[in-house]
Design a binder for this molecule. Structure first.
Ligand code: IPM
Ligand code: MG
Length: 576
């Protein structure tokens, strides 16, 4: 497309209103003639008489306008059918600019597509221009897009405005496709951000990169349950063409036993390189045998902090068949489906100063510090609001603003301000954490998305576990900020912990970890349908009576960790 910077030439006044595209170029000419040949037929019905001879009275047939490059027209120019040929015929005739009080919408945008500049001016200015052209000696005008000004035949300057992006495109000679290509990097960056904040709306084709999955089974029951997760992952690789690279690294006590250190460099490199980590558990009495110096750093907290996994999602769903496994009455919990959104990188977990010191009188003094900043609160609140938009649109934000007007006060204000500014469609309520703990066991169905800071989320999610029937059923996802390439780090873990008392007995429930892999399919791999498939298989296994000890009611037959894995795989094979 030709650039449009400046045009100087004769201007023709054609002050009729509602000039239709059919008048600009009649339908029969579109069929018979190509672009480049349409100038002859521009305004055909007005230019020529029935015998084909020119009408000398028609403005464009007058000698001074025959080579006009600028058209000054009445309101609603280019109305009627949306044919692009109307602009082609005008430009084939020689027009580069059309000035009118208003245009047919589609005609207006078609002009920009074809290197013709449409200018809207108030009606009185257009009329003044027309009079000045008619009364001037030579009807010559200049339209300068760079300075957005018209120089009239009499030498007056008239300013005009218009859509800046479109003007820029004309200046550079870019049509719609050219403009899109020019914005390519911006579009990619937007998509990258969007994919990170709403991964669930993207399909597999849009995430072609082979994801690196890292299994860190860890301590206690971790290895037993992650063995079942691994079988499920391998089933998806073999049967559902899941494209992932699967690695495993020793973590926790097993790392110590194998390598004499809790975190080898190789392991940390694998952690940093992973697209998603499937984590088992951390915690064992055996840590007491390790030198204090080596265990000073909690490796799970280190991963959360250093990978910046600030967004912790803990879905709480009551499976109908399990409502009897909870200590809460079935009618209180049945049908419950909520999402706890916990801030995971801030608050008292990481705040400094912290420590214990001996005092002169032999007693001790201990300090922990709770800190939050506006951006830390905003980013987790944004995650909660975005998620709420995919659910019922309700968020309840938890704080203790009555006693902690500093951190909790900032929390409440920030969440409310963000909602008012950017998420007016979300219904937001605030609740004190003590009341929330009570409401979770009194009437959990009132909640949909529950937004909490780090420590409150830790406590409330254990509380909410009773709603799901058992802590063993609860999965979680911890996600980082979106990287420029659109990916984000993530760690998936059951929330139950290492349960050293039952470790090695092969009775642990692997479903929390298996459901965590379902979250990985959904959030890291963008495979919502596969996630549904796995969640459905878990529900079916439960519905068909598979029970590990933690979810069995008195008298019910219980099965091993591995048998529970088998039950899920059996169901997966059944689902179409
Ligand atoms: C959790 C756990 C962790 C926490 C521990 C193991 C550090 O309780 O994920 O809920 O307190 O965050
Ligand atoms: Mg916890």
């Amino acid at each position: 497309m030709d650039k449009f910077v400046r045009v100087t030439g004769a201007a023709a006044p054609l002050m009729r209103i509602n000039i239709d595209t059919e008048v600009v170029i009649p339908m029969n000419r579109l069929v018979a003639h190509k672009r480049g040949e349409l100038g002859r037929y521009c305004f055909e019905a007005w230019r020529y008489g029935p015998d084909g001879s020119e009408d000398p009275e028609f403005v464009l047939n007058k000698p001074r306008y025959r080579k006009a490059r600028i058209l000054v027209a009445g309101e609603n120019f280019g109305c009627g059918s949306s044919r692009e040929h109307a602009v082609w015929s005008l430009s084939d005739f020689g027009f580069r600019c059309i000035i009118a009080p208003s245009f047919g919408d589609i005609f207006y945008w078609n002009c920009f597509q074809n290197g013709v500049l449409p200018i809207r001016l108030p009606e009185y200015q257009v009329k003044e221009l027309a009079v000045e052209i008619e009364t001037s000696e030579n009807a010559i005008m200049t339209v300068d897009l760079e300075t957005q000004s018209i120089t009239t035949p009499g030498g007056r300057k008239v300013a005009f405005t218009g859509d800046p992006e479109r003007h820029l495109a004309l200046l550079e000679g870019l049509d719609e496709i050219g403009m899109t290509l020019k914005l390519d990097s911006k579009i990619r960056a937007h998509q990258a951000r969007d994919r990170g904040s709403r991964p669930w709306i993207y399909r597999r084709e849009e995430t072609p990169h082979v994801a690196r999955l890292l299994i860190l089974a860890g301590d206690g029951i971790g290895p037993e349950i992650l063995a079942e997760v691994r079988r499920v992952v391998e089933w998806f690789i073999a049967e559902r063409h899941l494209a992932v690279e699967l690695h495993e690294e020793p973590f926790g006590i097993s790392a110590w036993k194998a390598h004499g250190e809790l975190m080898r460099k190789e392991t940390w490199n694998a952690i940093v390189a992973a697209d998603a980590i499937l984590f088992g558990a951390i915690g064992s009495p055996e840590y007491d045998k390790i030198p204090a110096e080596a265990r000073k750093v909690d490796q799970l907290l280190r991963m959360r902090k250093e990978l910046d996994l600030f967004c912790n999602l803990r879905p709480v769903r009551t499976l109908p068949a399990l409502s009897g496994a909870s200590t809460l009455r079935p009618d209180v919990i049945e049908g419950c489906d909520m999402m706890l959104v916990r801030e995971l990188c801030g608050g008292i977990y990481f705040g400094t100063p912290r420590g214990r010191e001996k005092l002169a009188d032999g007693s001790e003094r201990a300090v922990n510090t709770c800190i939050y900043t506006t951006p830390e609160i905003e980013r987790i609140a944004r995650a909660a609001f975005e998620l709420a938009r995919t659910r019922s649109g309700r968020v309840c934000s938890v704080d203790k603003a009555n006693v902690l007007p500093e951190t909790s006060g900032l929390w409440r204000d920030t969440v409310q301000t963000l909602r008012d500014r950017h998420y007016p469609d979300i219904s937001l309520s605030h609740m004190y954490v003590d009341n929330c703990a009570m409401q979770l066991v009194r009437a959990p169905k009132q909640f949909d998305v529950l937004l909490t800071e780090n420590l409150f989320g830790d406590i409330l999610s254990d509380c909410a576990a009773m709603v799901a029937g058992s802590l063993g059923m609860m999965p979680s996802a911890s996600m980082g900020a979106v990287r420029p390439d659109g990916g984000r780090r993530a760690l998936y873990e059951p929330i139950h912990g290492s349960a050293p008392d039952i470790a090695g007995k092969r009775i642990a429930n692997p479903l929390g970890a298996i459901m965590s892999f379902a979250l990985c399919l959904r959030f890291s791999l963008g495979l919502a349908q596969e996630a549904d498939r796995l969640e459905q298989a878990v529900s079916a296994a439960i519905a068909h009576g598979a029970r590990t000890l933690d979810i069995a009611q008195p008298g019910e037959k219980t099965i091993s960790t591995k048998a529970m894995g088998d039950a899920v795989l059996t169901e997966l094979k059944q689902i179409q």
